[in-house]
Design a protein around this ligand. Sequence first.
Ligand SMILES: Nc1ncnc2c1ncn2[C@@H]1O[C@H](COP(=O)(O)OS(=O)(=O)O)[C@@H](OP(=O)(O)O)[C@H]1O
Length: 367
Amino acid sequence: MAYRVLGRAGPAQPRRARRLLFAFTLSLSCTYLCYSLLCCCDDLGQSRLLGAPRCLRGPGAGGQKLLQESRPCDPSGPTPGEPGAPSAPAAGAPSPRLAGANHSGSPKLGTKRLPQALIVGVKKGGTRAVLEFIRVHPDVRALGTEPHFFDRNYGRGLDWYRSLMPRTLESQITLEKTPSYFVTQEAPRRIFNMSRDTKLIVVVRNPVTRAISDYTQTLSKKPDIPTFEGLSFRNRTLGLVDVSWNAIRIGMYALHLESWLRYFPLAQIHFVSGERLITDPAGEMGRVQDFLGIKRLITDKHFYFNKTKGFPCLKKTESSLLPRCLGKSKGRTHVQIDPEVIDQLREFYRPYNIKFYETVGQDFRWE
Ligand SMILES: Nc1ncnc2c1ncn2[C@@H]1O[C@H](COP(=O)(O)OS(=O)(=O)O)[C@@H](OP(=O)(O)O)[C@H]1O
């Protein structure tokens, strides 16, 4: 039986087998072709449609030339955080990538240069806000941390200082901020010796509010310190203010300014009003850009007033939907101070303020 069936199928078998083989080969080829096309499309799709960055996955992914041309992959993605990064880190610590910081392409692009501009003060004046606002400008690259070179780390030398700086292109300005420079006796001479052309920015604020802000910060770290009143006066009944207390001394702006004017002409020092920086950040930043000789690119479109925080927050780009506010340590609720103490301190500062207004030719309206 079987033989008969086979026997009947006999003459057609080679043709059918050939057809089957042909169909099988054809379907195999088609499958392979589709598979190859799909894989290829997927690659293109990822890099073109998703805009995946050209980056290196690790050592060995390319030669030295490739390393310079491609950006290293950042496995963590964009760094979350706020512009108000902690100040006064260990000198030499790498600058954290802060929101608002501009990126000039490859980190290897450009040269590390000594700063051409410095925010030299004053502590609690609003220096972090100015730094974070100005570094959005494409012509400015700033060190995110405070290097304290001209006060604490001068002995390390200029090469060390330069090594901390971000790389800049020829057209970009290198900037750093260390608010304690303003009250450091040696700072003006040391900065002058680095470069007599250094542009100096000082953010000033009502010295009474500044002192309370300074005290509030210290209290947050050392809750056992004496009261503000106790530290402010040598004899409160006699109205004798303790000028040896740093929180008081820093606010005697006219005194500190004298040391700077021995080395730098007034035109080389720009004063930012800490008060206007909050009420009109775009106006203040406009003047900072003029002073630095760069185009006014940071405008009112970069700011959004956050009512809950009570401060302007920064939009990295004009169209950015997510404004970033400075950190929790910026814009703290101040310790309540007896209004009489405030009046006494206002009286104490009055002559220093008036002298300061006369010297700089601007009335900051702190009275
Ligand atoms: N936009 C914005 N957001 C938050 N805070 C702002 C802003 N602009 C100015 N300020 C004021 O900056 C004060 C802190 O000053 P500094 O950054 O110079 O402080 S520090 O010396 O670096 O510690 C900080 O002082 P306090 O209010 O006492 O915390 C703020 O009043």
